[in-house]
Write a protein that binds this ligand. Sequence first.
Ligand SMILES: Cc1cc2nc3c(=O)[nH]c(=O)nc-3n(C[C@H](O)[C@H](O)[C@H](O)COP(=O)(O)O)c2cc1C
Length: 160
Amino acid sequence: MKTAIIYISRHGTTEKVSSRIAAKFPNEEVDIVNLRKQKLNDLTPYKRVIIGGSIHMGKVHKKTSLFIEKYHKELLQKDLALFLCCMEKDRVAQEQFDLAFPEDIRNKAISKGLLGFEYVFEKMSFIEKVMLKKITGKDKSFSKIDDAAIQSFVDGIKYH
Ligand SMILES: Cc1cc2nc3c(=O)[nH]c(=O)nc-3n(C[C@H](O)[C@H](O)[C@H](O)COP(=O)(O)O)c2cc1C
C-alpha cells in the first residue's frame, strides 16, 4: 500500500513529525510531500493519505486548505488521516482542528491527532518572535513534540 504524507511546515516541526510518522511504516512505500516545495498533481498512486499542518494565528497554512479544496473528492476515497502541530490544548486545539479541516474530511479520517509543537526562535521572523513572546511570554526555543500521540495516531491508521 502506497502512502503520501502531505504537509506544510513554517519552522520545521510538522516536517519532523512527518518524518517520525513515516519511520513508523518501515516496510511500506511512503512519499513525504512538502507542499511549499513540491507540487502533487495526482493522488491516484496512493491508497493512504496523511495530511499534516501547523497552526499560526489560529489557522493552517492557506496552501493546506487549497490542497484539501482541490482534492476534496479524491481525498474522500482514501484511507485518510489528519494531524496538526499546535501549542494550544484541549478545547482551543480542537476548535483549531475543526477550522483547519472541513467536516466531511474530518468524518472520513481513520485517525486524527494533535501531535505537539515547538518554538524555533532561530527560524522565526522578527515579527513572529515578537508575536509569540507577547502571546506566550516565552523567548527561548524548545520542543514538545508528543511521541506518545504520534504513536497512537499511527496505531489508529494501522489498526482502524
Ligand atoms: C507567530 C506564531 C503564531 C502561532 N500561533 C499559534 C496559534 O494561534 N495557535 C496554536 O495552537 N499555535 C500557534 N503557534 C505555535 C505553532 O503552531 C508551533 O510553533 C508549531 O510547532 C509550528 O509548526 P511548524 O514549524 O511546522 O509550522 C504559533 C507559533 C508562532 C511562531
